[in-house]
Design a protein around this ligand. Structure first.
Ligand code: GCO
Ligand code: MG
Length: 402
């Protein structure tokens, strides 16, 4: 089989998505997500200008060789743009392989290691009472694990809490909006939130929390320690992770499990974190870290150190990535949990898919390949619109991590 054509689709059914479609001479095609929220066109052009010409005529079954060709062959390695582009090709080729062999992708990754993929939902609120009610709502919907984010008294807006009726972090059109941040106010409020939340809902649901890269290691250590009585499933992205040793300080002070990795691109971003057992969950996504070929290697390396997976699954990752993550999650032995933030109805209509949710678990479905499609004519109704994630400043105006 040979790759005959590949092209990029850019659409915005509620938010922007970049999708690579790869066609073969035997009539099979595959899809790969290439969305990099806020920097979409960089990946689209990297693919169209530099990658697509190199894959025409190649055998789509050679996922390993094509991965190495695009990674090593570029000379300039890694980075979010390059790795998202490689991921798009890689995932599209696994989709083609599955379709050609008439089997779901999970069977090519080792087969099912479990019956379903445990997922966590997002709950949030402007007050502790609202957060409790939203967690309870998700428990009633069947979720066994829920992430809880709250507005912080004294701050106008907080990560993870929607403004009015909007979906949160909409990647707003126009220039980046600005938020204000205070670690002091956040550290004061968050342990009280989880104390009340645990008391209200009991121990039978997993609770998670995303710090979103905002603390220093010693602040994160304090938070982890204060959250210990409430038994979190994980504390996510407590600090920015460029400095991997930062996690050592957190680890020395608390038994609250730590998760990180959604902004990582390759094993080299997580190597020390895993090898030193400074984290419990590696959250790299299929789309931003080189696709299934690379993520499988990351998972296998992590398994040696008791580190489990917890793939990023926010709505800026398209249903193609969600499908790939579910095939991956049902197959790898050291799977931990999968994030599930449901896509909008418009997004789901543009990307019809076989995966489903039931009673706390998701299932990739048994369609050959990934089981997800792209309705290209419907996608045309939603043209790309430039959008940015917010930026964040401390109360005195200093720029900090969002
Ligand atoms: C998460 C993430 C997202 C990111 C978003 C950025 O845990 O789901 O932190 O909310 O902010 O994916 O584009
Ligand atoms: Mg996160």
């Amino acid at each position: 089989m040979k790759i005959t054509r590949a092209w990029v689709n850019i659409c915005s059914p509620g938010r922007n998505f970049v999708t690579l479609k790869v066609e073969t001479d035997e009539g099979f095609y595959g899809l790969g997500d290439a969305t990099l929220n806020g920097r979409e066109m960089a990946v689209a052009s990297y693919l169209t200008e530099h990658v697509v010409p190199c894959i025409i005529g190649r055998d789509p079954f050679q996922t390993e060789d094509i991965w190495q060709y695009l990674y090593r062959g570029a000379y300039w390695r890694r980075g979010p743009v390059t790795m998202a582009a490689i991921a798009a090709v890689d995932v599209a080729l696994w989709d083609i392989k599955g379709k050609a062999l008439q089997t779901p992708v999970y069977n090519l990754l080792g087969g099912k290691s479990r019956e379903g993929v445990l997922v966590y939902a997002h709950a949030h609120g402007n007050s502790t009472e609202e957060v409790i009610a939203d967690v309870q709502k998700h428990m009633e919907m069947g979720y066994l694990a829920v992430r809880a984010q709250s507005a912080i008294p004294g701050l106008d807006s907080t990560y993870g809490v929607p403004k009015k009726a909007q979906p949160y972090e909409p990647a707003e059109r126009g220039l980046p909006s600005e938020s204000r941040w205070s670690s002091e106010l956040y550290l004061r409020h968050t342990p009280r939130l989880f104390e009340k939340l645990r008391a209200a809902i009991g121990e039978d649901v997993h609770l998670l929390h995303d710090v979103h890269h905002r603390l220093t290691p010693i602040e994160a250590a304090r938070l982890g320690k204060e959250l210990e009585p409430f038994h979190l499933f994980w504390m996510e992205d407590p600090v920015p992770a460029e400095l991997q040793e930062g996690f050592k300080i957190i680890r020395e002070h608390t038994t609250t499990p730590v998760a990180t990795g959604e902004v990582f691109h390759s094993i080299w971003d997580a190597h020390d974190l895993i090898r030193n057992q400074w984290i419990d969950y590696i959250r790299m996504s299929v789309v931003h870290s080189g696709g299934l070929t690379h993520l499988k290697k990351v998972a296998d390396f992590a398994s040696l150190y008791h580190v489990r997976t917890g793939c990023h699954g926010a709505t800026d990752l398209s249903p193609v990535t969600m499908a790939a993550a579910l095939h991956f999650g049902i197959a790898v032995h050291n799977f931990g949990i999968q994030e599930h933030m449901p896509h909008s109805a418009e997004t789901n209509a543009v990307f019809p898919h076989a995966y489903s949710f039931k009673a706390g678990y998701m299932y990739p479905g048994d369609a050959p390949g990934l089981g997800v499609d792209l309705d290209e004519s419907l996608a045309k109704k939603y043209p790309y619109q430039r959008a940015y994630l917010p930026i964040n400043r401390r109360l005195d105006g200093t720029l900090t991590d969002w």
